[in-house]
Design a protein around this ligand. Structure first.
Ligand SMILES: Nc1ncnc2c1ncn2[C@@H]1O[C@H](COP(=O)(O)OP(=O)(O)OP(=O)(O)O)[C@@H](O)[C@H]1O
Length: 587
């Protein structure tokens, strides 16, 4: 599956306005009741506003021209009450829709975030975090604006226009037709321009995502930037991204503003038509002044919402462009599905086995070539080899961060794909080369993957750590379990981060524990302590150690070389060292 959002076909194939609208409306299904109420309110509002001109025309012809001022007063009262009710309905629907918009954005952000969480590592390799953040924050905001501000105005404007159009045709059919002709041109113009406007907005959102990705990358690398005094590098890159965004925003702005003057021009033409044709009809004796006043008002009632629609249409196109980017994420699914092959675990089978495994990252060359080997319960395996040889990649396939392109990985004789994520994570612990920590405390970070200890007090939890012989590792943290972890671990040394990752993984007592350079940044004394802790793990635990330092693999039962994606057994530690001495070097 292609996980690169910027090259996904959905990004280029634009959904049509109608299908986009339909899928957008699906979002509000849960809000149906509130939506119906809001639509009723807006329809009532439009009807009341539409009745106004008719009553004014009637008052002029029936009471003002005949000087019956009592009737004028009565009708003024009626009009005042109507406009008051119209105001209340308008306020009611605005309130209602404001809430609907906020709930939609809330649900939508949850849905996208949950979807992102379900996607495999390959998705994160392919997309920049800044762009994803922009999709979750900025693009959903565009949708929310449409739902909370524009949708009801949209419905209200269309209702008012239809009503006004009907009045125009009823009062005088010929004059009505002449008044409505410019609207047909507006319709045709809007239809032909909408895809272009939406495309311009999509480009704008894309460049906002790109800019956000630049910001995120420079913030992540601020230490390197400062150390190498290369502020100019990211400044240049940001300038470029900002300029690009500026150009795209100008393009989108121009496209968005194209409707307003055109709509304005045609509505002025319509007003002129009404005025000249109407006066002509009056001079012929076929029309009254009151009717002309009503008529002009209806023409305004028809063309003003149309002009407003120009703005709303733009907001709709922006929302559609945002929705396209969001639905790209929603349309993805994990390629690491759980299969049901019905095979039971075989307690006598090797703990983990690679059978003719081939693997390559998305869109790249094959990295692992036809690897076959197996690992027994309770043994320690070392993977050694040159930088870029494929050790971490092999470990990642072991932990099913990726599936092989060809071949099978078996866990206890069962296809690893037949285990659920939960079962797999329970059985396999993986201490990554770059441990992931989040803002909080040391305790929270250790508990991250050990939910069963969540309710424990510090004393109880310390007891658990003591039993697992992990307590000694806390000595390097000045406030023990309560030591704060700031900015995703920036406040800790890399060695300290590795210690936390170590405690996190060991506490789970997995059946297979993979340590990818897990001790590379730890002093020799602490490393010894770690070694003792590993010795205390249940004897059935299988260990896989990836290491550059030879002393860390001294106690391995078997050592494998991984070089250029090929795996070969190196025998015992002595044999491995002999091989190294005879010319093959570890990195
Ligand atoms: N996410 C990725 N996307 C594409 N290629 C990758 C990715 N990760 C690693 N590679 C490539 O796969 C190859 C093997 O990398 P891997 O990280 O497995 O090597 P390694 O033996 O663990 O190296 P080291 O000792 O430096 O950790 C390298 O050529 C690397 O460029």
């Amino acid at each position: 599956m292609n996980y690169n959002l910027n090259s996904l076909p959905a990004g280029r194939v634009k959904s049509s306005t109608w299908s986009g609208l339909k899928s957008l409306l699906k979002l509000v299904e849960q809000e149906r009741k509130k939506l119906v109420l809001a639509v009723c309110a807006i329809l009532l509002n439009s009807s009341l506003n539409l009745l106004g001109p008719y009553l004014i025309g009637h008052t002029i012809d029936k009471y003002i021209q005949t000087k019956e001022y009592h009737g004028v007063l009565v009708f003024s009262g009626i009009l005042f009450s109507m406009y008051t009710v119209a105001f209340v309905t308008s306020y009611f629907q605005t309130n209602l829709m404001g809430g609907v918009g906020q709930r939609i954005i809330f649900e939508l952000r949850n849905t996208i975030f949950n979807k992102i969480q379900q996607l495999p590592v390959a998705f994160f390799n392919e997309n920049k975090a800044g762009d994803l953040i922009s999709r979750v924050n900025n693009d959903t905001d565009k949708l929310s604006q449409f739902f909370s501000q524009s949708l009801m105005q949209f419905i209200g404007s269309i209702a008012t226009m239809i009503g006004a159009g009907i009045f125009l045709l009823i009062i005088n059919f010929e004059l009505g037709l002449a008044t409505l002709v410019p609207a047909v041109f507006i319709l045709l113009f809007t239809r032909s321009m909408s895809p272009w406007v939406k495309h311009k907005n999509a480009l704008n959102l894309e460049s906002t995502g790109g800019m956000s990705a630049e910001i995120q990358e420079s913030l992540n690398n601020f230490k390197v930037i400062i150390a190498f005094n290369r502020r100019d590098y990211f400044k240049k890159r940001f300038d470029l991204a900002n300029q690009e965004n500026y150009r795209k925003a100008i393009g989108a702005g121009l496209a968005n503003n194209i409707f307003l003057p055109v709509f304005g021009l045609f509505s002025s033409i319509a007003q002129l038509t009404v005025l000249s044709f109407g006066i002509y009809l009056i001079t012929k004796g076929n029309f009254s002044i009151g009717l002309l006043v009503s008529y002009l008002s209806y023409a305004t009632n028809f063309y003003n919402p149309l002009r407003q629609l120009a703005t709303l249409w733009t907001s709709f196109q922006v929302a559609l462009a945002g929705w396209d980017r969001i639905s790209q994420i929603l349309s993805l699914s994990t390629n690491l599905v759980t299969i049901h092959d019905g095979t039971a675990e075989d307690q006598h089978a090797p703990l983990l086995e690679f059978r003719n495994v081939h693997f390559g990252y998305q869109g790249g060359f094959e990295i692992l070539h036809n690897i076959s080997f197996s690992m027994e319960k309770g043994k320690t395996y070392a993977l050694v080899g040159p930088t870029g040889g494929g050790k971490t990649t092999t470990a990642s396939v072991m932990a099913r961060l990726y599936d092989p392109l060809q071949g099978t990985v078996l866990l206890k004789g069962r296809d690893i794909r037949s285990y659920t994520d939960g079962e797999r994570a329970e059985k396999i612990g993986f201490i990554l080369q770059e441990p992931f920590l989040f803002t909080g405390t040391v305790r929270e970070n250790i508990l991250y993957s050990n939910a069963r200890y969540h309710g424990f007090t510090n004393e109880q939890f310390l007891e658990i750590l003591k039993e697992a012989k992990l307590e000694g590792l806390l000595a390097t943290f000045d406030q023990g379990l309560e030591t704060p972890v700031l900015s995703g671990g920036e406040s800790l040394s890399i060695g300290q981060k590795q210690l936390i990752a170590f405690m996190r993984a060991v506490l789970r007592q997995p059946e297979l524990l993979i340590l990818d350079e897990a001790t590379a940044n730890i002093d020799t004394i602490t490393e010894k302590l770690l070694g003792q802790i590993l010795d205390k793990l249940p004897k059935e635990t299988t260990l896989v150690v990836i290491a550059h330092r030879l002393n860390t693999i001294e106690n391995a039962d078997e050592i494998y070389f991984i070089n250029s994606g090929e795996l070969s057994p190196a025998g015992s530690f002595r044999e491995a060292v002999d091989k190294l001495m005879s010319g093959k070097r570890l990195s």
